[in-house]
Design a protein around this ligand. Structure first.
Ligand code: ADA
Ligand code: CA
Ligand code: CA
Ligand code: CA
Length: 204
């Protein structure tokens, strides 16, 4: 028994399997899941439906890194990134409300990994940042990336060797005339539109 009721666990003590509390990874720390599976307790973090306000399984504070993790159902609100984060070889077997949300600035990099079975967004961007995705595949989603609806903050998106299959809507959607998209080696199949944007994407 603990004297304090704190709703987070330190990343160093986190065990794979069902998570009743968000795993918090501090700036400068790397959480290596070694390929193990993590999922949410539906009663505490969320059931992975389209209901807003669910909690993440992993919270990456500014400067934190997450690697070699498999996220399975229910995935609640997935991964929250507070800025300058690396997310490497993370596999979402069944996306929750969304897979990953950016909540802080700097550069956020998604390297390797994949995500599938999302009703709507894979990556939700709620803060100005540089968002880089490379060597990543998404299958059966609404859209790969959504800048928060109606927001006009500056955003730079780089897609390098990304595959999107079976999207209901598009690869990237933004309402911001300061959102710029750069892409190379982008492969899509059964995706109705590549972009819903105010700017013209450029290959790089
Ligand atoms: C929706 C909602 C936003 C925010 C976002 C998210 O776009 O309108 O307020 O909650 O989802 O971060 O999941
Ligand atoms: Ca949402
Ligand atoms: Ca899902
Ligand atoms: Ca969300």
């Amino acid at each position: 028994t603990s004297l304090l009721s704190i709703n987070v666990f330190s990343a160093t003590s986190a065990k794979a399997g069902v998570q009743k509390s968000t795993i918090v990874i501090k700036g400068g720390e790397t959480f290596d899941g070694k390929g193990q599976k993590f999922w949410a307790d539906k009663n505490t973090l969320g059931d992975g439906s389209q209901k807003e306000g669910q909690k993440p399984i992993f919270k990456l504070e500014k400067g934190a890194k997450l690697k070699n993790v498999v996220i399975s159902a229910p995935a609640a609100d997935g991964v929250h990134c507070y800025g300058d984060n690396l997310v490497e070889n993370v596999v979402w077997e069944d996306i929750g409300e969304d897979a990953l949300t950016v909540k802080g600035g700097g550069t956020i990099e998604i390297k390797g990994g994949s995500a599938k079975k999302g009703d709507d967004k894979c990556f939700q961007i709620n803060s100005s940042c540089t968002f880089k995705v490379s060597n990543f595949t998404a299958d059966t989603i609404g859209k790969l990336i959504r800048q928060n609806g109606g927001k006009t903050f500056k955003l730079a998106i780089y897609l390098d060797n990304v595959t999107v299959k079976n999207a209901k809507e598009c690869v990237v959607r933004s309402d911001s005339s300061s959102c710029n998209v750069y892409y190379r080696n982008l492969k899509t199949s059964n995706v109705p539109k590549l972009w819903i944007l105010k700017t013209t994407p450029k290959s790089y």
